[in-house]
Write a protein that binds this ligand. Sequence first.
Ligand SMILES: [Zn+2]
Length: 327
Amino acid sequence: MRYDVPVASWLDYEYSMEEQKPIRSLTVILRTPGCHWRRCRMCGYWHESAPVTQADIIAQLSYALKSSPNEDFVLKLYTSGSLLDEREIAATTRRRMVQMLLQQKKLKRLIIETRPEYVSAEKIAELAAAVHLEVAIGLETADDFIRLEYIDKGFSFSDYRAAAGIIADCGATVKTYLLLKPPFVDERRAIEDAIKSADLVAPYSSTISLNLCNVQRHTQLEYLWRRGYYRPPWLWSAIEVIRAIKSERRGTVVMSDPVGAGHSRGPHNCGSCDTTVKEAIKRFNITQDLHILEGINCDCREIWAAQVRFDKLLFGSIVDHVQAGRA
Ligand SMILES: [Zn+2]
């Protein structure tokens, strides 16, 4: 494994709210010592970590920037952890990065990812001085119980709100990741939780990214999935949630990268409609046009709809049972 090249980097498109059209994007996943939390049940990204030096990280960025497009672009600079955690990216490295980004004349926006506890006005202001900054936070859900108990994320909704306030005060914007179908949550509650969470994060977020839960290797979620205690979300659920969120909020960019769609470990439908639905979601991401999600159909939609109804019946009867026990 080479430490002086990033884990991955690729060119794509992303919707620009300012210009109301797709814009080129360069995504770079830097290899760092990795996330220091490492407890989230669905996350296997820490396998991408390695004992790299700060000089290696600068070399990785410089390598990736060689493929920066010769037109206006967005740079998504990720670490599979928190870019603002100074055990991953030291303060001096962060400042060196800002100098490198100032040389990128076509760079319009920088997106980084971090847990909220590493957000400070000083760090945000430093990065925001170079270019329009968007800070992505993996809140997953606005429900503290689901986030703390089912995901083991280790921070609260108020931690997220505090970080979002600091980011806004520095003139940067927030991108919030919501997780569709965390472990131990059935299909119906997953849909309801994502829609309700979007309502609660919308005041703080310029972009809401719906992450469709997939089963990564060597995770607790994989352990559950192998034993039949977890099925990744249906792509119909993703469409349902995207439509509900976007139709309420035209001014918020709503997107969902259907990673692993159509595979048993990823979000999937019946197998025959997966590619069609996945391509529709990808086209929606860069156009924000809800018409693209209309009129897609397949026989399996009935099975999905029945499961969602059944989840409600079952969950409703459990709640009744628990309440009867308390009475
Ligand atoms: Zn189908």
